[in-house]
Design a binder for this molecule. Structure first.
Ligand code: FAD
Length: 394
């Protein structure tokens, strides 16, 4: 019989979160780090992400993570010697009079977190986006540095740098169980044998809830949903909107994409966020949803009436009970950490989450403080975070 494989840390999942955690653990020289991915890097939510970097949230703790992650996106080439595909479009969050107070508070909180954000009048917004219909708008939150990046470039750069620092990546190797000795984690089981390790980080995206069950641990109320994204081409004479947008009255989001495209979707929690069994995932946007989004987008940008609908897609998101990330130690199994439940907003904070999860494992006080609001035990303790009044992506 061969000897059991060993590691100091095993990471489950090779999406943007697993890859960035691997990189930051390696930077802290936390020993032998092994990342296990059931399929290929980025094959979960990450590779299907719209990857908007919307510098916006109703929650100050989430803004702190966004600001920290943005520092990495903005200096990506200097750090990794390769690009993450960052395109700065500016982000506008369009609000009616009922949203004005909330947007003002969000702008103040963003400023306190170090994110540049202003409030614009409808006329000021129209000067930036002349093709927009501003009917019904009263207040606009504007973050000039918002934009989007490329999720696969980002993930591969983290993985490449982590490999360079000695992290072992094993793709096509699925975790099937957690090894425990009393209350302490002792490693993971896989079809090709166990790996003994005192620390395990579960960054398994939509599979997280299933893994917790498999591990015999408490339910965190997470669910996977199949979220569709639509794609519109043109129109030739006006072009797509230039800014990234969250349109609160219409409950849609949109951002430009190369090739004259607009990518868009719903931010209404009751449209496009329904729970799905993972086996039923097909990866396509249904016609009914496509029209729901396109119709609203055309109301805001009448010129888009002349655009062409192109093939969209869908991806699995992991929704938590308060629609905020779930980040931290699982008290039932000492040595087990979880980073999941991003509720459609994990890409833009990916670099910060990896850094802070690694910091938490290394016992750093700053990491513990910044992650405290997102602790997994908040649900069992009856203190979930307040749900955003703005919709799914607020
Ligand atoms: C359509 C769509 C649009 C989005 N748009 C945005 C956006 O505009 N901005 C934004 O910030 N976020 C967005 N998101 C959310 C963002 O993409 C996710 O929050 C982020 O990619 C999560 O990364 P992850 O590493 O946690 O999960 P994943 O990328 O899902 O990675 C988890 C990995 O774990 C692996 N795994 C699972 N179980 C096991 C196991 N047992 N053993 C080994 N490996 C396992 C999976 O194969 C998978 O690769 C969007 C998501 C979707 C689906």
């Amino acid at each position: 019989m061969g000897s059991v494989e060993t590691a100091d840390v095993v990471i489950i999942g090779g999406g943007v979160i697993g890859a960035s955690t691997a990189y930051y653990l390696a930077r802290r020289k936390l020993g032998r780090i092994v990342l296990l991915e059931r399929e290929t890097l980025g094959s979960g939510s990450t590779g299907r992400s719209v990857a908007s970097i919307d510098l916006f949230s109703h929650h100050p703790a989430a803004l702190a993570l966004q600001a920290r992650a943005y520092e990495v996106f903005a200096h990506f080439e200097e750090i990794f010697g390769q690009e993450c595909g960052l395109v700065i479009t500016g982000l506008a969050v369009l609000g009616g009079s009922e949203h004005a107070a909330g947007l003002q508070q969000a702008a103040l909180s963003a400023g306190a977190a170090g994110i540049e954000a202003d409030l614009l009048s409808p006329a000021e917004f129209a000067a930036l986006e002349p093709a927009a219909d501003v009917t019904g708008l009263a207040s606009i939150y504007y973050a000039p540095l918002g934009g989007y990046a490329d999720p696969m470039l980002t993930t591969n750069a983290f993985a490449g740098a982590a490999r360079h620092s000695g992290v072992i990546f094993q793709q096509g190797r699925s975790v099937t169980g957690l090894r425990r000795q009393g209350g302490q984690v002792a490693g993971v089981e896989t079809a090709s044998g166990p790996i003994a390790a005192p620390v395990v980080v579960s960054a398994a995206g939509p599979w997280s809830q299933r893994l917790l069950k498999l591990f015999g641990l408490s339910d965190l109320g997470l669910y996977a949903c199949d979220h569709p994204v639509i794609s519109m081409h043109g129109p030739a004479d006006v072009g797509p909107p230039q800014l990234s947008l969250l349109d609160l009255p219409h409950q849609t989001y949109a951002r430009p994409e190369t090739g004259h495209l607009t990518l868009a979707g719903s931010m209404d929690r009751s449209v496009g966020y329904e729970p799905i069994e993972l086996e039923n995932f097909r990866g396509q946007a249904a016609a009914e949803y496509t029209f729901w989004v396109a119709e609203r987008l055309v109301q805001r940008y009448p010129a888009l009436e002349a655009s062409e609908l192109r093939q969209g897609w869908s991806g699995l998101m992991t929704i938590s009970p308060d629609w905020q990330p779930v980040l931290g130690a699982i008290p039932e199994a000492r040595g087990l950490y979880i980073a999941t439940g991003f509720s459609g907003q994990g890409f833009k904070i990916g670099p910060a989450v990896g850094d802070l999860m690694a910091g938490l494992i290394a016992g750093e006080a700053e990491a513990a403080e910044l992650l405290a609001p997102f602790h997994p035990s908040r649900f069992a303790e009856g203190r979930p975070l307040a749900k955003s009044e703005f919709g799914a992506l607020g």
